[in-house]
Design a protein around this ligand. Structure first.
Ligand code: SAM
Length: 330
């Protein structure tokens, strides 16, 4: 393979959004659902999808160069990565790719210089009522977001369940639990445990059909409403969404509801010390630009926990790209 020169590196990264955009469009069109074990020509795929054969072929050729689909001439079959784009794959990432590519995210990213200049989320410039309110008032996009959260969590849930014994808890509240995917997996692994799913009303509504008899749905806003009293709390990818002031407000609301000795389990992706590319470093910029949040170090989490009445106990690396930070209400 040719050496990757500084010129190549800049060219690839400067134009990298072209690859991302091809992925978003292919995920939106559902191309992966029309590819199977037998290689298919771009012509055949385009006919099924109502797309232009030449344009589709070029887009798939670029994605295949990045390991998404396997190209042989003008025929395409699945690579392990493109198989994950199928809607029916148990760990499907189609919704995640579609969510990252939502037009609102592109609009916000177009103006991201605002974040770099001010340290504030760019969203404040584009959506004065905030990111979460946008999804509340745009239900179709809200569904894509919630589905995407479920998709990304499915890649992590098996590792979480294997790394922590939840069976000693009587009731666990999942704060900002989305459609309840993590809570459902915990309940399934712990027959004696019940759950409370707490999230915004329009999100909890989406979990209504899926909730089991051992999961109570509690719609609410963690900045304004009382949280449930439980002996354990989970909060997955919640604290990273917020700046320190708001993060503390959420943690204090949990502490206010929690009895002494209750456990709090923060599930967050830690930024690695290694210098190379890392999803957590990219996620950190998404947090800055879209929400004004950040990926934090263990030390930063420990301090937030201490300031809100929790004592940090231990970090458990689930080996699934996410850590469990166990803390206790003191
Ligand atoms: C990044 S998602 C994480 C979802 C889920 N915990 C997971 O990891 O898949 C953040 C969640 O916080 C919820 N959320 C945002 N603001 C909230 C608020 N004020 N009160 C309750 N939930 C909120 C969102 O609806 C969303 O489900």
């Amino acid at each position: 393979m040719a050496e990757h020169t500084p010129f190549d590196a800049l060219q690839q990264i400067a134009g990298g959004y072209c690859v991302s955009r091809c992925l978003h469009v292919v995920a939106d069109l559902g191309v992966a659902d029309f590819v199977d074990a037998v290689p298919r020509t771009a012509q055949e795929l385009a006919k099924d999808l109502g797309a232009d054969p030449d344009a589709l072929c070029r887009v798939l050729r670029l994605l295949a160069a990045h390991g998404i689909f396997d190209a042989k001439g003008d025929t395409f079959q699945h690579s392990p990565a493109s198989r994950l784009l199928r809607s029916d794959h148990p760990q499907s990432m189609r919704a995640f790719a579609r969510m990252i590519g939502l037009p609102i995210n592109w609009t916000i990213y177009e103006a991201m210089g605002h974040s770099v200049k001010t340290g504030h989320p760019t969203t404040e410039k584009i959506l004065p009522d905030g990111y979460w309110n946008y999804f509340a008032t745009h239900p179709q996009e809200g569904r894509v977001f919630n589905e995407a959260m479920e998709a990304k969590a499915h890649g992590q849930i098996a590792g979480i369940i294997a790394s922590y014994d939840f069976s000693g808890f009587h009731t666990i509240a999942d704060i900002g639990g989305g459609r309840g995917h993590l809570l459902q997996a915990i309940i399934d692994s712990s027959p004696q445990t019940s759950g409370v799913l707490f999230d915004l009303p329009q999100v909890v509504e989406e979990a209504a059909g899926a909730a089991s008899s051992r999961i109570k749905l509690q719609p609410g806003d963690f900045f304004h409403d009382e949280l449930p009293r439980c002996d354990a709390y989970t909060a997955m990818d919640i604290i990273h969404d917020w700046d320190d002031e708001k993060a503390l407000a959420i943690l204090k609301a949990i502490r206010h509801a929690a009895p002494t000795s209750a456990k709090l389990l923060l599930l967050e992706t830690m930024v690695s010390e290694a210098p190379g590319p890392d999803w957590a470093k990219m996620l950190d910029i998404h947090m800055l630009v879209l929400l004004g949040g950040r990926q934090r170090t263990l030390d930063e989490y420990t301090q937030l926990l201490r300031k809100s009445g929790f004592a940090f106990r231990r970090e458990i690396n689930t080996q699934a790209g996410i850590s469990i930070l166990e803390a206790e209400a003191v």
